[in-house]
Design a protein around this ligand. Sequence first.
Ligand SMILES: *[C@@H]1O[C@H](CO)[C@@H](O)[C@H](O)[C@H]1NC(C)=O
Ligand SMILES: *[C@@H]1O[C@H](CO)[C@@H](O)[C@H](O)[C@H]1NC(C)=O
Ligand SMILES: *[C@@H]1O[C@H](CO)[C@@H](O)[C@H](O)[C@H]1NC(C)=O
Ligand SMILES: *[C@@H]1O[C@H](CO)[C@@H](O)[C@H](O)[C@H]1NC(C)=O
Ligand SMILES: *[C@@H]1O[C@H](CO)[C@@H](O)[C@H](O)[C@H]1NC(C)=O
Ligand SMILES: *[C@@H]1O[C@H](CO)[C@@H](O)[C@H](O)[C@H]1NC(C)=O
Ligand SMILES: *[C@@H]1O[C@H](CO)[C@@H](O)[C@H](O)[C@H]1NC(C)=O
Ligand SMILES: *[C@@H]1O[C@H](CO)[C@@H](O)[C@H](O)[C@H]1NC(C)=O
Ligand SMILES: *[C@@H]1O[C@H](CO)[C@@H](O)[C@H](O)[C@H]1NC(C)=O
Ligand SMILES: *[C@@H]1O[C@H](CO)[C@@H](O)[C@H](O)[C@H]1NC(C)=O
Ligand SMILES: [Ca+2]
Ligand SMILES: [Ca+2]
Length: 567
Amino acid sequence: PLGQTLMVFLAGLVRFSSVDSSPLEDLLIDRYLVPSLCPREVQIGDYVRYHYNGTFTDGNRFDSSHDKGKPFTGQIGLGSPLIPGLDRGIQGMCVNERRKLTIPPHLAYGVLGAGNSSVIPPDTTLVFDILLLDIWNMEDKVQTRTLSKPKNCKRSVASTDFIRYHYNGTLLNGTLFDSSHFRNQTYDTYVGYGYLIKGMDQGLLGMCVGERRSIIIPPFLAYEDKGYGTQVPPYASLMFDVLLVDLFNAKDDVTVEIQTLPEPCTRKAVVGDYIRYHYNGSFQDGTIFDTSYQRNSTYNTYIGMGYVIAGIDKALQGVCIGEKRRVTLPPHLAYGESGIEGLIPGSAVLIFDIHVIDFHNPNDTVQIKTTHKPADCNITSSSYDLILYRYNCSLLDGTLLYSSDHYSTSSRVTLGVGKIVLGVDEGLQGMCVGERREVIIPPHFAHGEYGADGVPGSAVLMFELELLELQRGVPEGYLFVWLEDSPNPLFPALDLNQDKEVPLEEFSTFIKTQVIEGRGRMRPGMDPEIIIKDMFTLQDRNNDGKITADELKLKTEEQESSKHDEL
Ligand SMILES: *[C@@H]1O[C@H](CO)[C@@H](O)[C@H](O)[C@H]1NC(C)=O
Ligand SMILES: *[C@@H]1O[C@H](CO)[C@@H](O)[C@H](O)[C@H]1NC(C)=O
Ligand SMILES: *[C@@H]1O[C@H](CO)[C@@H](O)[C@H](O)[C@H]1NC(C)=O
Ligand SMILES: *[C@@H]1O[C@H](CO)[C@@H](O)[C@H](O)[C@H]1NC(C)=O
Ligand SMILES: *[C@@H]1O[C@H](CO)[C@@H](O)[C@H](O)[C@H]1NC(C)=O
Ligand SMILES: *[C@@H]1O[C@H](CO)[C@@H](O)[C@H](O)[C@H]1NC(C)=O
Ligand SMILES: *[C@@H]1O[C@H](CO)[C@@H](O)[C@H](O)[C@H]1NC(C)=O
Ligand SMILES: *[C@@H]1O[C@H](CO)[C@@H](O)[C@H](O)[C@H]1NC(C)=O
Ligand SMILES: *[C@@H]1O[C@H](CO)[C@@H](O)[C@H](O)[C@H]1NC(C)=O
Ligand SMILES: *[C@@H]1O[C@H](CO)[C@@H](O)[C@H](O)[C@H]1NC(C)=O
Ligand SMILES: [Ca+2]
Ligand SMILES: [Ca+2]
């Protein structure tokens, strides 16, 4: 521009030296304001839009676009109706440039003047002050330039897609005529259906979410000769800075990207399963709108039964326990056109990062896996046995909830009498001492849908079990059971010295002999002397310190009817 100005300046000097206008005199161009950015210059065939003031050399104005209330629009060269001086003088101008053109008569209205020579007298030199507002050409295409773009762009805008974007729309002179930010919300529309001006329909193609792009649109692909409201004048080229926020197609289905798949995955979730999972919900631009973690509890629901948005119902099918997957839901499978006031904008694509903690089904049973079995495993636990065991209880994601190691004494319990969680009781059955197991227990065999202290509701639990001791037991309500047929008749067998009466000492000797010789068993976990004393007292009906044949007979008959006696 400096060189240019200098040349103009020299031309000016030359011109001053010649006294009056002559046919040899040339057009004088003074580029007195050239913008620093000048990406395009007017060429022959281009259309231009400009403001002008036309004056005589004495400064008197004979014409101005401002008087007409709108800039002049026309084509340069190619039989332009402009006077040659203007036609030539505007060539090479760029938008926002100001020029002063001093046009000798032979390049203006010549010897005839104009307007019946009353407006422009013959042989008049004219001075035009020009401000170029716009350039375009009918050959122009929409110009796009990517300003920034996210690294991974898996998908880009195609015709018929629905998109949401922010934009700033400016005229070429830099005036902001519209912006989505004025309304605090994205502009949402289909692409390629003609809902947008032609240039936008084209210029948005190929953008990916998160991309910033500048789109320059010539007037004939924008608002043409009509303009738009008071903001966009007729014949205006438009420049849009666009940030794509969201993108989907009405034909889109849920997309699933599996990120972590635990091995082995023995069972995949199906319709009807009750699932517990953590999630982060975000928009395509990465903004998180909701997360289960902030509530410190999983989100729990039935799969495929319509309790959650359609896309999630679909996306959760086939998951494995421990799996992490990213699912993308188009709005028609999420919150639709209306969204959720204050949380989810209308027509928003949602991305959920899901971590499956567990799922179960009312049909699920306790699953037992033996991890260690001692070589000698002939005696195994069953109901009524008194056992000593160790356990760790965790959630399926490995979180330890409680452990017998947290207590100084291990757990001693009678199996099969409802003293412990159902699934643990089941998991401890059939074990031999030294055996270790991993037992998966669905909530209906554990702490149920409300959970317990420290145990979340509906949680599937994993127990590590180890059987430490095993004492064979007797059924509930019994103090002693026969392991083989009892002596018949019983009284002579009891009356060891055959004196027809059985005092406590004799009774005690008899019972202990049965236990030692493996013919009978006392209730484990109680002092044997107390058990024997209790049994004796029950038989000695008259409390005289000895059992007689009659007392025992009576008792045996009662036993037939009540089935609730110890002998
Ligand atoms: C010039 O102007 C006069 C009066 O304004 C008019 O009568 C005449 O026809 C005009 N001549 C031409 C050539 O337009
Ligand atoms: C023309 O004159 C007006 C004032 O009447 C001025 O604002 C404007 O800058 C001048 N130049 C152009 C090119 O419009
Ligand atoms: C629009 O302009 C504002 C203010 O300069 C800016 O913060 C915003 O990022 C722009 N938006 C786009 C889409 O370029
Ligand atoms: C840009 O052009 C518009 C319309 O022609 C006009 O209203 C606005 O004032 C211009 N802005 C500048 C900075 O010249
Ligand atoms: C847009 O948001 C800003 C700040 O949150 C607020 O001041 C302004 O009023 C909002 N404009 C509209 C149109 O909602
Ligand atoms: C979640 O747990 C953390 C740490 O235990 C605690 O600081 C936070 O308040 C809890 N939030 C809720 C919603 O319970
Ligand atoms: C959710 O976001 C948090 C914080 O970034 C992260 O620790 C957690 O792993 C995410 N969860 C999923 C399922 O991606
Ligand atoms: C449980 O099993 C029964 C019989 O196999 C089946 O009909 C039912 O659908 C199952 N329930 C669920 C929730 O899968
Ligand atoms: C345990 O059973 C094995 C065969 O299963 C047998 O060889 C062994 O003698 C048994 N041990 C006892 C103590 O009964
Ligand atoms: C419980 O976990 C601890 C620590 O991992 C381990 O040492 C112990 O053997 C586990 N107990 C059982 C019964 O598996
Ligand atoms: Ca006796
Ligand atoms: Ca008696």
